[in-house]
Ligand binder design. Structure first.
Ligand SMILES: *Cc1c(COP(=O)(O)O)cnc(C)c1O
Length: 459
């Protein structure tokens, strides 16, 4: 083996490039849902760790060949399951550079190029979302960790304002906190609370309306009487309906009770980047923290989430590290999130935004919404199908007769392979969900999907 590894490396990278291109070029024709089960994949990759090594390029060939039947066509135009974005070319290619560069991007002193790109990407996002330009933006793996990061920050700040230094004194004996959430919050809010040591029974759950928006009268009621440190969690983009809480009404109510307001806007915050959809987010800039991500709506490859906090001093109070071997130079990435060593995951977000430009980002969000409307209109033209939500953003939820028929249709769609949609429960009934999150979805993709569903319903 060449001790510099140069030839091996070049061959491995060439192989990866060729195989990645092949995968991307077959996306339009391959079944969207994986053909192989997890057990089959375990067999494909399993066995003992071989005693002897293999040349890197051969390993790459082996990976691509064995993984093939177990891959899901997420970067294509007809994956509509959960809420999952595809991959914009600039972001994907930038992601390759990030791996090649291997910049450990927690410190601005060590890795100025990638930290600068992340800082600028953060500023661009604040501008697109209409949020305060001085807010801190911490890059984390996704919406879950963004919610956790923001809520950790919120707790330190809320207790701090009540005279309790959490970092010094810990939780024992701390003033009781109120943690107020909507009935249709995302599951990652409950998990974030759990990571913070807040039990399910300690959540104050506020009723929501038929689209999953928190009810203002119910929030008012929930906040009456109590005092003490309070966190209110609102939502931009409910995963089933795509609905947005009425921030302009709810945030002033929460603020009258001195609450910290957090907005979970994993895919919803991006509505603010579009002139026509921005009204959905009206008033959200009055919150104290916002969680969002770049891997859904912006179509950056996994993973990339952002924890945004109005006052960077609150982020620092929660996260600045005391490691004496660390060099400080103003605000470092590791001052605002739980992570220390990490990849430069904000670089692909910079690349996607640079490539799309402001108008391209707005056009992308508008197109996702138009695709949702077209999908809903097409599905509604099938007799058996009923659309369950107001299609104000990117989500379409539907039913095909009974619970059993709806679930059977969901399974048939995945087996058929033309498109992928995933199931959910809404108000106690089975439903199917189409999320328009892929930049690659064309009108033809929508037509093919509606055609396939029409055919499956008929049989
Ligand atoms: C997807 C989503 C999350 C979780 O985000 P991940 O990136 O999967 O960690 C949180 N909240 C909402 C509203 C979401 O749609």
């Amino acid at each position: 083996m060449d001790p510099s590894g140069f030839d091996d490396r070049t061959h491995a990278l060439d192989a990866a490039h060729r195989l990645a291109t092949e995968f991307l070029e077959t996306l339009d024709d391959r079944p969207v849902w994986p053909r192989a089960s997890l057990d089959e994949m375990l067999d494909a990759f399993g066995g003992q760790l071989p005693e002897d090594g293999t040349n890197p390029a051969a390993v790459i060939e082996e990976i691509a060949e064995r993984a093939e039947p177990g891959l899901v066509a997420i970067p294509g135009g007809r994956f509509f399951g959960f809420v999952i974005g595809a991959t914009h070319p600039a972001a994907l290619a930038a992601d390759w550079l990030v791996s090649a560069w291997d910049q450990n991007s927690g410190s601005s002193t060590l890795t100025p190029a990638t930290v600068a790109m992340e800082r600028i990407a953060g500023q661009w996002m604040l501008e697109l979302f209409g949020l305060p330009a001085t807010a801190s933006v911490g890059f984390v793996t996704g919406g879950q960790l963004a919610n956790f990061t923001c809520l950790s920050t919120a707790r330190v700040a809320a207790l701090g304002r009540a005279g309790w230094d959490l970092a010094e004194r810990g939780l024992r004996g701390a003033p009781p906190m109120r943690f107020v959430v909507g009935a249709d919050r995302h599951g990652s809010i409950d998990r974030a609370a759990r990571f913070l040591g807040i039990g399910r029974s300690e959540l104050t759950v506020v009723e929501s309306d038929d689209q999953g928006r928190m009810r203002a009268d119910a929030l008012e009621q929930a906040l009456l009487g109590g005092d003490g440190p309070t966190i209110v969690c609102l939502q931009a983009g409910e995963v089933h309906t795509g609905a947005f809480d009425d921030f302009a009404t709810l945030i002033p109510i929460a603020k009258r009770h001195d609450a910290w307001v957090h907005v979970d806007g994993a895919f919803g915050l991006w509505a603010a980047a579009s002139d026509s959809l921005r009204p959905l987010t009206l008033g959200m800039e009055q919150a104290d923290s916002w969680a969002t991500d770049a891997h859904k709506t912006l179509n950056v490859p996994y993973d990339c989430g952002m924890a945004i906090v109005r006052d960077p001093a609150d982020s620092i109070a929660a996260f600045r590290t005391g490691g004496d071997y660390l060099i400080y130079s103003g605000l470092d990435p590791w001052d605002v999130t739980p992570e220390l060593s990490r990849r430069a995951r904000g670089v692909p977000a910079w690349a996607a935004m640079r490539s799309l430009g402001r108008s391209g980002i707005a056009a992308l969000i508008d197109r996702l919404h138009e695709n949702a409307v077209a999908m809903a209109t097409g599905l509604a033209s099938i007799d058996e199908i009923e659309i369950l939500n107001d299609v104000d953003y990117t989500q379409v939820m539907f039913r095909a007769g009974t619970d059993a028929a709806t679930r059977a249709l969901g399974e048939a769609i995945l087996r058929d392979g033309t498109a992928a949609v995933t199931g959910a429960e809404w108000r106690g009934r089975a439903s199917l969900r189409c999320s328009m999150s892929s930049w690659a979805t064309t009108p033809d993709d929508i037509e093919r999907t509606i055609g396939a569903i029409r055919r499956l319903v008929a049989s």
